[in-house]
Ligand binder design. Structure first.
Ligand code: BV8
Ligand code: ZN
Length: 269
C-alpha cells in the first residue's frame, strides 16, 4: 500500500528513530493487555487500583496473587513477529532506540533470538553485526520487569521466575538480607520511573526524526509523552494500533493493523 511505502522510505532516510511500545505489541504473544489483564478474576478491580504502593501496603497477598497470575501467563508466551521485527531493526540500525512500557521481557528475548539467528547465519563467527552487541543497551525499559523482585526495605533485587505462594500473608516472599517483604520490581502508579532510562528516552525522542508508536493506548504518563518530544523536535509519528489513541491526530502515518502483522512489513530492511 502506498502509505506503507512512504513510511518505509521515511524510516530508511531518517536520522534517528525511536520506537515506543505498549502492551498491544505483546497481545499477539498471548499476554493480556494492561486494561484486559483485569479480565475474569480481576474484573472486580481496576489495574490502576492494584498496581499501586497503597494496594500493596493494604493487601500484599492480593497484589502478589495478581502478579503471580500474570507472571505464570507471561512465562508461557513467546516473542511474536512484531517483537522480532523490532529486534532486527535495532540490530540493523545503530541509530534506533526502543522505549518500552512493557514489563514482560519479550523485547529482550526477541533480541536474543535475532542475535542467535544472525550469528548463526555467520556460522557462529564471533563478530556479530556492528549493531548487535550494543542493541540491548538501546532498549529502554520504563516500567520495570515483572520477573524481577526487589525488597521494599533494602537494595536487594533479583530475577526470580518461580511461582509465588500466595496462600497466606505469611507465605509471601521475604528478603534474604533483611527479611522485609519482597515486591514485584515494576513501577506502580504514583511511583517515579527509572531516572536514567526516562532521560535517555526523552533525549533520543527529541533527536529522532521519526517515532514509531505501537500497541499503546497512550494514556499513561510520562511514557505517553515520549512521542510528543519527537514532534516538538520537528519529527514525524508513525502509529500502529487497531484503535485510535490521543496520538492518532498527530500521526503522519497511521496503520490500524495489528503490530505482529504490520511491523515486519514496516521494518523489513
Ligand atoms: C508518575 C507497570 C509521578 C505495572 C505500569 C493525569 C494526567 C497525566 C498523568 C497522570 C494523571 N493522573 C495520574 C497520573 C500519573 C500516572 C498516569 O499516567 N495515570 C494514567 C492512568 C492517567 N502515571 C504514573 O503514576 C507514573 N508515575 O507519574 O509518577 C511522580 C512524580 C513525582 C514523584 C513521584 C511520582 C507511573 C506509571 C507507570 C505505571 N505502571 N506498568 C504493571 O504492569 O503491573 S503502566 C501499565 O500501563 C503498563 O506498563 C502498560 O504498558 C501501560 C500503558 O498501557 P498500554 O501499554 O498502553 O496498554 P493498554 O492495555 O492500555 O493498551 C493496549 C493498546 O494496544 C490499546 O490501545 C490497544 O488498542 C492496542 N492493541 C491491542 N492489540 C494490539 C494493539 N496494538 C497493536 N497490535 C495489536 N495486536
Ligand atoms: Zn531487604
Amino acid at each position: 500500500m502506498k502509505r506503507l511505502a512512504e513510511a518505509r522510505a521515511a524510516l530508511a532516510s531518517a536520522r534517528g528513530v525511536v520506537i515506543l511500545t505498549g502492551a498491544g505489541v505483546s497481545a499477539e504473544s498471548g499476554v493480556p493487555t494492561f486494561r484486559d489483564s483485569s479480565e475474569g478474576l480481576w474484573s472486580r478491580y481496576r489495574p490502576e487500583e492494584l498496581a499501586t504502593p497503597q494496594a500493596f501496603r493494604r493487601d500484599p497477598r492480593l497484589v502478589w496473587e495478581w502478579y503471580d497470575h500474570r507472571r505464570r501467563a507471561i512465562s508461557r508466551c513467546e516473542p511474536n513477529p512484531g517483537h522480532r521485527a523490532i529486534a532486527r531493526f535495532l540490530v540493523e540500525r545503530p541509530d534506533a532506540v526502543l522505549v518500552t512500557q512493557n514489563v514482560d521481557g519479550l523485547h529482550h528475548r526477541a533480541l536474543e533470538m535475532e542475535t542467535a539467528m544472525l550469528t548463526g547465519e555467520r556460522d557462529g563467527s564471533p563478530e556479530g553485526t556492528p549493531g548487535m552487541d550494543h542493541a540491548a543497551a538501546r532498549i529502554l525499559t520504563l516500567h520495570g520487569d515483572i520477573m524481577r523482585v526487589r525488597c521494599q526495605g533494602c537494595s536487594y533485587t533479583q530475577i526470580d521466575r518461580s511461582p509465588v505462594d500466595t496462600s497466606s500473608a505469611d507465605s509471601l516472599p521475604r528478603c534474604p538480607e533483611c527479611d522485609d517483604l519482597l515486591r514485584p520490581a515494576v513501577v506502580w502508579f504514583g511511583e517515579m520511573l527509572p531516572e536514567q532510562a526516562l532521560t535517555r528516552a526523552f533525549e533520543s525522542a527529541q533527536d529522532a526524526e521519526i517515532c514509531v508508536v505501537a500497541g499503546t493506548s497512550a494514556v499513561v504518563h510520562p511514557a505517553a509523552s515520549v512521542p510528543t518530544a519527537t514532534l516538538s523536535g520537528g519529527g514525524d509519528l508513525i502509529e500502529v494500533n487497531p484503535v485510535e489513541t490521543p496520538l492518532t491526530p498527530r500521526a503522519r502515518w497511521r496503520f490500524p493493523e495489528r503490530s505482529g502483522e504490520l511491523l515486519p512489513r514496516l521494518f523489513e530492511v
